[in-house]
Ligand binder design. Sequence first.
Ligand SMILES: *Cc1c(COP(=O)(O)O)cnc(C)c1O
Length: 367
Amino acid sequence: MTTFGPDYVRAIAPYQGGKPISEVAREFGLDEAAIVKLASNENPLGMPASAKAAMQQAFGELARYPDANGFDLKAAIVAKFDVPADWITLGNGSNDILELAARALVKAGESVVYSQYSFAVYPLATQAVGARAIVVPATDFGHDLDAMAAAIAADTKLVFVANPNNPTGTFIDGERIAAFLAKVLPQVVVVLDEAYTEYLPADKRYDALGWVRSHPNLIVSRTFSKAYGLAGLRVGFGIAQPALTDLLNRIRQPFNVNSLAQAAAVAALGDEDYLRRSADLNADGYRQITAAFGAMDIEFVPSYGNFVLFRAGSDDAAGARVNLALLRRGIIVRPVGNYGLPQWLRVSIGLPHENAAFIDALKAVLA
Ligand SMILES: *Cc1c(COP(=O)(O)O)cnc(C)c1O
């Protein structure tokens, strides 16, 4: 039989996303309106009204290509984060930034370091360029930065660090990240993936953009998909010094962020009220869900994101079994067997009534 493409592409296990509501409705004969989706860490508030208005304004110009340089969005990022415009790479989601980093920096056969249980896109981006993954065992479900620093090989070009991490929700203190950055050789690039940084309480914040100033080998990635509520539009950005930013921009698609996404992101960046409501709602929902886990004696990993990893049972079929039982009741959560966590499930934090529906269903399923 004819095979196409390189071995390393054929070996890629496709990304498994959260099941769409429409698919669960079809498969289980349920009414779409009765289904609660807590599977993809989306913002349960829905997109910001400010972003919707900005998109409506932009509709009239859709026959034209987007601004390839994203002038307005970069200007908004410059204003909000106090970084120069030539430090910014816009991405079709921050997923795009992660892939651009792998494609720009790593050749087939070279290595990429990331942690066990870290974000699923790191293996995908690594394998897509034919690179070798050095997967460092996690400690307490989180990154072991000392072991990661020690694992960097002579041919390592890139290290991915997610903080907070998905799917485990673990967080690394700023001091430990700073110590790690100080150890990494200048020719090895670190991507610090901060998809959930807007959810961090004030006492956990650190100045990652200050580290970009002192480390020419650091890329910080951020997204509009989580706290900014724009997952469907696909927009994110990377911040790095000009040499790295220039490389990423050489290989990105010229029009990788569409016009509606650019307009919406500008509005969302300025919508402090929406951002605060998102973080507050998330903190309340986290308390609601973890209190129920406590009452039900369910083990969970303390989370700094907008989701919680919990143990569905003590056998390796538990995650799949409880997931299926929840689906039958119209609750969509995320199985994490593909992460090597078959006993666990990840639930995104939703609106209070969605969290309650999840808790009720879980009680019934485990009874
Ligand atoms: C959700 C997520 C992203 C980014 O998603 P995009 O929608 O592509 O911006 C990046 N990293 C982690 C760890 C995530 O969980």
